[in-house]
Ligand binder design. Sequence first.
Ligand code: TXA
Ligand code: MG
Length: 346
Amino acid sequence: MDDDPTAVEHAAQTIRAGGLVAFPTETVYGLGANATDADAVAKIYAAKQRALNDPLIVHCAPPDDDMAGPLNLRELIGNRAPFVLEELARQRIIGALSIAQRLRANALIGSFWPGPLTLVLPRGSRIPLNVTAGLDTVAVRMPAHPVALALIRRSGVPIAAPSANRFGHVSPTVARHVLDDLDGRIDVLLDGGPTPIGVESTVVDLTAYQPVILRPGGLGREDIERVIGKLGTLEQGSGGAGEHGAAQSSPGTLSKHYAPRAELRVASDTPHLLALHAECVARGLRPGLLVMAGQRDACAGLEPQFVLGKDLADAARNLYAGLRALDDDGVDVILVSAVEQAGIGE
Ligand code: TXA
Ligand code: MG
């Protein structure tokens, strides 16, 4: 576990010097560079072999060194959200906000930062265009992970970071996954153990006329709607267009993204899962199963299988490790039952 100050200090120096640091967040591991340095940011795209039209998330932290962990930070931020927003503007990470954008951002930051919520807002002048793939909006979030927060504070700059995997692949939830995808392509890897949430942050576009989720993630739609009211719906293929209408799709909404190598098929329930399994075997394919604890008896003896856990939070935490494990096992098809489309299940 690299939460010791010297490892973090070394990583922060690497960021300041324009290098690449992979680090844990509460969602997935990120591949970070100084978000105000276009040359450093270019290295992220090269290392990931990421499409240049796919914008990055800028990670920030409050400067105060004596605010210990993410939990009391959540309390501290509470009604001080206007201060957080003002600081982002003062650092020219975000630009000028409309009144509606400001009210909604304050409410969401006050309720959910630090945490798995990314806000798309007008871009500030210190953020180079290769961070935002040419857009005049920028995605920002404050991660709820002590190592991530310490790294950002010690670096003294906002950190642009996509997930630390090869483009299109499954996101990394342990340090080993980062090495499997990017060994030799990064300068420093901070190992913070398994990431507690296990799926990416929820991305909400506040520059749209009606706010809209561009990518579902760790924070549920219902939680967001409780704070800012009903969200709009994303028309397929128009993700991230914002009110300025720039054609830019959000990869989280592409039909193939976050993908394992094997074909993935989703069953409606356990009997359907068993039927799909039998069908694969009959066709001479080798299926692997992702199962909930409650399905183990019904699926006994069907190998390989990976147990996701007992509830949705477990399933989110273990999903990417399960996809990677079955891929490594060389299965042709991965079979899983659908989960409830609510909260993190979406
Ligand atoms: O949990 C997470 O969000 C992780 C950790 C490392 O923070 N990061 C992550 O980054 O998943 P990435 O690059 O894999 O996904 C960023 C998502 C993409 O779907 C991208 O299109 C969207 O955020 N995004 C970033 N900037 C945007 C913008 N200006 N407008 C619309 N979408 C944007
Ligand atoms: Mg990603």
